[in-house]
Design a protein around this ligand. Sequence first.
Ligand code: NAD
Length: 371
Amino acid sequence: MARLYARQAVNVFDRIGDEDYEQVVFCHDRPSGLRAVIAVHSTRLGPGLGGTRFHPYATEDAAVEDVLRLSKGMTYKSAVAGLDLGGGKAVIIGEPRDKTEPLLRAYGRFVDSLGGRYITAEDVGTTQADMDLILRETPFVTGVSRSLGGSGDPSAATATGVLYAMRAVANVVWGDTSLEGRAVVVSGVGKVGYSLVRHLVEERAVVTVSDVSPTALDRAAADFEVSVVPPEKAHAVECDIFSPCALGGVLTPTTIAELRCAAVVGSANNQLLDAGCAGLLADAGVLYAPDYVVNAGGIINVAEELLGYDRDRADGQIRRIFDTTAAVLAAAATEGITTLAAADRMAERRLEQVGRVGLIRRGAPLPVRRR
Ligand code: NAD
């Protein structure tokens, strides 16, 4: 008993109550060894859509904290992107290399049990093949293979969205949407970064890349005309746009003081160490395009699957990231607030105003009469 209490450092009801989470589901299946947590932050605008992260969390608290933080982030991302989706996310605790079909299918059953309140997708540690397996247990999954009616890996769509966000930023900073001749540093040339570099080279931007993986770096350097810098120096290179496309937490008080760019526009989730860094960026005269506005291309693309995937329609929706980014930057300038605060306000306003429509019921059930 003492051990049980010692492990229960997070008071879950206090934690989810403070930020108004709707539901947190703990999933356990002994035969397959499944231990997963699904968090539905909000269904005000629609079902909570967000990926399943497979990770060997050091503690259960760390897993719960991660799923809560990520699911709330999805609420904001979908709200600003103008989607009829809420925020949800799931984590499976374990080593991704130990994944098995029974475990993923048991997980799929749990997703199914929520009846569509939560819709899953790929995330760190899960793949399209995993989504295909989950589809055998539930229709509430996106990012499945094209042969199964899905849209496949969302990374290319995310990269296209980042490009549109960069054009919107260029329009504000230099009065021209063109990226021709602009110096752009892409830090992280994995699935999204590589695709983004392709776009930038086609746009005739002057591209510099960095990555901790020699394989990823060699591929980008072999396929495109780019310069290479060591990863720890990428943020400090003099350029027009710095584009973080690797891990989160890259914008800290220390790195912000070393930036020599006019703007930051990248795909990485949670680029700011904390919300205070948005103010430091503004003080440093660097225009920060909020990460969750910029990197919404992936979710916009998978959301199209719910209507029956159509590539042209999805591309049209992804192009709207230009307008959304422009609207966020304009609101920040008009209201004299940081771009992050402007994006948050936009999300909260839509949740409030459009979410209220949900209160108008399609027809209430008749009260049961007692004879
Ligand atoms: P990925 O794993 O394919 O690529 C990440 C790359 O970053 C890898 O090549 C890795 O070696 C490199 N890297 C790791 N640490 C680094 C460092 N310190 N400096 C430089 N490079 C480093 O991941 P991805 O799918 O391309 O996603 C990139 C980022 O964008 C992540 O933060 C992800 O959460 C975010 N994101 C991705 C999508 C998507 O559709 N894939 C959607 C939204 C957000």
